[in-house]
Design a protein around this ligand. Sequence first.
Ligand SMILES: [Zn+2]
Length: 439
Amino acid sequence: MLQGDPLSGILFNMVIDQVMRQIPDYLGFQLDENTLVNSMGFADDLNAITSTREGMRCLLQILDKLCPKWGLKFNAAKCRYLCMEADGRNKKMKVSTDCMFVINGSTIELVGVCGQWKYLGVYFSNNGIEPPKQMLNVWLGRLKAASLKPQQKFFILRNYRIPRLLYPLKMSPLSVTALNRLDGAIRKALTGTTGMLHLPSSTPKSFFYASVADGGLGVLCLRYSVPSMIVGRFEKLSTSNSSVVQAAIKEAAFAHRIGVARKFVLKVVGQDILAGAIRSYHRELLDSFIDTKGLVEAGKCPSVHTWVSDGTKMMTGENYCEALKIRVNALPSLSRTQRGMTSDRSCRAGCKAPETNCYVLQNCHKTHDIRVERHDRVHKRLSAFLSQRGETVNDNMTFVTMEGWRKPDVVFTTNEGTAHVVDVQIVGEYKDLDTLHKM
Ligand SMILES: [Zn+2]
């Protein structure tokens, strides 16, 4: 049977199960008075554990004797040993490097004090899983250099790279400083002239972390998400039926880990905010920054924001980045570039009004023609959509009312005979959508 054959996994499991079951009960590491662990298997990896050097030699001899029965051979070059012993004088655990273990006729290489090895996609050392800082830096460097559109790079980062940080972050010792640094590195990779999305570095954090449906970029905020994930994951262990898990969680280290994570879970008015509520926390923050105020209403029509995160090929990279800048008020209007200064901010087209993004897009005389064009395009699209749906569309009707002539954009009649009047309105962010709708 070849490597990669769908059957090889099942066959391997059948054999390795036999091997693991035949390791005698007197060898292993005592977790508590009733629970002993001597091996852990995952995929094609096998961890053998004993509490003494002699025990390990004995266990390896047994494996050497058992395995040839099924044609299984250990590759000593791919094996490593880590020996940790109590250092009574210093009341610490130390890594010993003077052992000698043999499997399949060859000696096994040791993992030293600073040694690391890669297992299941993450790096381990004698401290357990290593935090994934290096991994992130390598990925960000590769993504930046890749010849992809900005929206495609962002898609990969958001959907594949950041999630891969979660497992090592949940399993390694929690450090809020490290989480903040990772978050900072991710934001830095998206901002600035060399960043993937060219957003200004002053972009409010909540724009990155609010969900896409709420008008943000939907990037996972590690600082707030990881502690609550640790609490969730490790608390779940206490409901496990496995006697080994039950024995392991009695250890002080387990309570310590949950305790530390609990301390750093996001709290608002003294209450813990767990995974789901982190989203509303960031949504509410949008309101507190002038640049993201316009997005407060975005959650009312979540389906129109999908282009932000779906890696769309319909837009050029440049258009995508510019569209994001409009969202987050990052176009270089005078009120943005002169913020905090006393200089004149009146519109450069000669209007007697401050030059804000919203003013230029909605009121300035210079943009009047393109504003009309924008309105007409939406109107045309709506008519085309309704006709395609089989409605009877009339966009040239005039009504005489008590208040004078009224000429709505579109009047359409459904098959049931109900008539609907639709007026296209592209509004700024000065009032909430519901009020504007009623006007
Ligand atoms: Zn103007």
